[in-house]
Design a protein around this ligand. Structure first.
Ligand code: CMP
Length: 143
């Protein structure tokens, strides 16, 4: 089953939006298979955002994502990678449609509340960066 990596960023955690965000994905019908409140090291931040390392905002991005705890999650379900991105809305919250997470809760592109994998390949990579296999639940497995 398809899986994606979703992270409530430090601004979302500080603004008590974890519950609201989890609720949206639960109510949509996706399954939470992993989740943890954690601090991101500079090394992990630089690796996670490696594709942006040459962008002018890279330093700002790394310092923001390491500025406070994040809530990292793995969600599972049919079409979850693309649908989660639609639920999050455009990267720039000022362009995100009302009703989307960023459209409802964000204003600035840097502090845009939430991150979600943009492809199957990045989902696999990001899940592997943040979670060990035994931290993820297989609901089909009996104990
Ligand atoms: P995210 O989906 O986490 O992936 C890369 C992040 O870079 C993006 O969300 C934005 O928060 C951030 N970003 C994109 N453009 C800018 C910018 N111009 N200034 C600061 N941060 C940016």
């Amino acid at each position: 089953m398809e899986r994606t990596f979703i992270m409530v960023k430090p601004d979302g955690v500080q603004r008590n939006l974890i519950g609201e965000i989890v609720q949206r994905f639960e109510q949509k019908g996706y399954k939470l298979v992993g989740g943890k409140l954690m601090s991101i090291s500079k090394e992990l931040a630089e690796e996670h955002y490696g594709e942006h390392k040459d962008k002018p905002f890279f330093g700002e991005l790394v310092s923001f994502i390491t500025s406070g705890p994040v809530f990292a999650m793995v969600w599972e379900g049919e079409g979850v990678i693309l649908t989660a991105r639609q639920m999050m809305g455009a990267t720039n919250p000022q362009e995100a449609a009302p009703g989307t997470i960023r459209g409802d809760y964000g204003v600035q592109v840097g502090m845009n509340v939430i991150h979600g994998s943009d492809s199957e390949e990045s989902a696999k990579r990001e899940i592997g960066l943040f979670f060990k296999e035994d931290e993820l639940i297989d609901y089909n497995k009996t104990i």
